[in-house]
Write a new protein. Sequence first.
Length: 127
Amino acid sequence: MSMRDEFKAFIMKGNVVDLAIAVVVGSAFGKIITAFVDGIVMPLVTIVLPANIKWEEWVLGKFRIGAVLGATVNFLIIALVIFLVLIKFLGKFVKKEVAAPTTKECPACLEQVPLKATRCKYCTSQL
């Protein structure tokens, strides 16, 4: 098999295509979340925190501690918004279906056996 054929087979694998789609959708969703945080959440934060503090410009020698602190705070706010919107809010609308079990545990040897079994195939005890 030539390198071209191997590369084509690699690219056409389902998980590579799924990953590419996830990156594109994630990028678009990231823009929505960023707009939500910048337009709604941060104005609410400025009500609580004074606006004249320039904490993102703090330095410790040559290290820009404020920039790291600012990026960390932004990440935590965005992560909190994603958690609240996706997990808590949208999670209430998604119905979780629990599949019926297809096996049971043998009380004698603790192996998994089919539900309809009357005898364990591992230890032959009566179920």
